[in-house]
Design a protein around this ligand. Sequence first.
Ligand SMILES: NC(=O)c1ccc[n+]([C@@H]2O[C@H](COP(=O)([O-])OP(=O)(O)OC[C@H]3O[C@@H](n4cnc5c(N)ncnc54)[C@H](O)[C@@H]3O)[C@@H](O)[C@H]2O)c1
Length: 322
Amino acid sequence: MSRPNPNQVTKAGVLGTGVIGGAWALHFLRMGMDVVAYDPGPNAREKLLAMVEHIWPTLVKLGLREGASPQRLRFAASLEELVNSVEVIQESTPENLEAKRALFAELDRITPPDVVIISSTSGFAMSDMAVDLQHQADRFVVGHPFNPPYLMPFCEVCGGERTSQEVVDWTAAFYEAIEKKVAKMNKELPGFIGNRLQEALWREALHMVANNECSVEDIDKAIAYGPGMRWAIMGHCLTFHLGGGQGGMAHLLDHFEDSLEEPWTRLQAPKLTQQLKDDMVAGCLNQANGASINDLILERDDCLIRIMATLKEYREEKGITR
Ligand SMILES: NC(=O)c1ccc[n+]([C@@H]2O[C@H](COP(=O)([O-])OP(=O)(O)OC[C@H]3O[C@@H](n4cnc5c(N)ncnc54)[C@H](O)[C@@H]3O)[C@@H](O)[C@H]2O)c1
């Protein structure tokens, strides 16, 4: 077997070209790779080309690797053509366990043995998706990105019971080579790391809206102008470490022990009633204040690029490698 060096992958396959698959295609293109895409959905090719046209100027602002070009994207006519023309596959088809199981069983049958197959799944464990694999289950692994993968650096790599450590390591190294910040998980866990953290916060937000304790706008303000600003710099734990003064996390845990436990008591899922759904949707539309989804995507991306540039410049200046 001759898997390519993870630092030298030049041909990536994108399976499913919706929100996430399309964004992966853009990231691979920006990294100077050839990209082959396959998606049997209606007008998938046209939708992907429109996405590339809309987002490419953002990537130009971010900086392209040598040779990067939207011209290096090609659409395969069949799944067979895709799997035989790439060195790695990033799967981003809908979050449906039965459909992923069937697709993975087919990929297992037809994909050349060296090709690693990475799933973008937001929450399924590879062990559950891989139940029908009969050939080479060792090269199926989860590589979960955050939206949009052409900008957000973080990815979680998590193998299943039958994934080899070599493939987990290869995938993490591949992602690092294309400028991702990687967490290699030790065990499978539904939702992985980032989504479990987001969902814990989301659950609490839904409670506050359901109980009419504050508005949707207040919740987003609390994050965007409150803890969210600090989280981009050093995450949740190191931020709290500073909350303990010179005593750091040890002092914080001792000092606030009882009052820390108090807000944890409500963390059970609220009932997602129609009223709660309506309130959440109305609150978001109110906040958007007429801006379209595409307007909001450009605003998010422009601001993310500036935040990333500021953090990079500061860290380079100070020699911070965290
Ligand atoms: N949307 C997010 O924020 C997000 C973030 C991280 C991970 N993910 C994960 O990424 C995956 C894709 O999610 P999405 O939001 O991009 O969904 P999406 O609905 O936007 O795109 C899915 C695409 O897959 C295509 N498709 C369906 N069956 C296919 C097949 N057999 N072969 C190839 N293509 C097929 C569809 O035509 C569609 O274009 C899911 O597993 C999801 O959990 C989503």
